[in-house]
Design a protein around this ligand. Structure first.
Ligand code: HEC
Length: 180
């Protein structure tokens, strides 16, 4: 490649370098400096009334459960649960996962009376914000997946407390008398 061909690239590099320095050196207000261009004379202006923080807006829009669970959502919930929660909470939610067996504080069983009667939102909030020794999962599990996990935890809870009558009514158990 000859000089004449390299020249445009070189010129561009110089131009961009200059651009960068200009941005660093540009005139600007330091934090809380006075500014005569604003009516109240302050450079730091309050956000316009009614402004909602981006994170808050995201949370508000995704904070609602997406309606009754479908089989697809339950399966998605099981997959995410087995990845993110089972290592500590155990595959059936009894709190006897691999991690607490090796010294991490043991989580409570989902099958206690307290957690069985806790609202769906409690599980969602625990995942979103963390709870005591448990760290939050908001940055790793999308809101719709958090709801899918809640649905699956409900299924787990039912699985440990369903009666034969429940199973019959759901059409998943043969009546005892018909079994050989
Ligand atoms: C690294 C281990 C660990 C993982 C992974 C984990 N948890 Fe936990 N979880 C805990 C511990 C420990 C507690 C008890 C915290 C405490 O009481 O200080 C807990 C508590 C809870 C509670 C009970 C809160 C209450 O009211 O007592 C729920 C619900 C819960 N976790 C849900 C989840 C879900 C859903 C996931 C997966 C997205 C998950 N956890 C992943 C360790 C874990």
């Amino acid at each position: 490649m000859g000089w004449s061909e390299r020249l445009p690239a070189l010129a561009l590099a110089l131009l961009l370098a200059a651009c960068e320095r200009d941005m660093a050196d540009q005139r600007k207000y330091q934090p809380l400096e006075a500014a005569s261009i604003f009516p109240n004379g302050q450079s730091a202006q309050l956000p316009p009334e009614g402004t909602v923080a981006r994170e808050t807006a995201l949370e508000l829009s995704e904070d609602r459960p997406p309606g009754p669970p479908t089989l697809d959502r339950l399966q998605r919930g099981r997959e995410r649960y087995d990845i993110f929660c089972a290592p500590c909470h155990g595959r059936v939610g009894d709190g006897r996962g691999m991690v607490p067996e090796r010294g991490f504080p043991a989580p409570p069983s989902y099958h206690s009376e307290r957690l069985r009667s806790a609202p769906d939102r409690h599980f969602y909030e625990v995942m979103s914000r963390g709870f005591g020794a448990m760290y939050p999962y908001a940055d790793r599990i999308a809101p719709e997946d958090r709801w899918a996990i809640v649905a699956y935890i409900r299924a787990l809870q039912l699985s440990q407390h369903a009666t034969l009558k429940d199973a019959r009514e759901a059409g998943v158990a043969e009546p005892l008398e018909r079994q050989p």
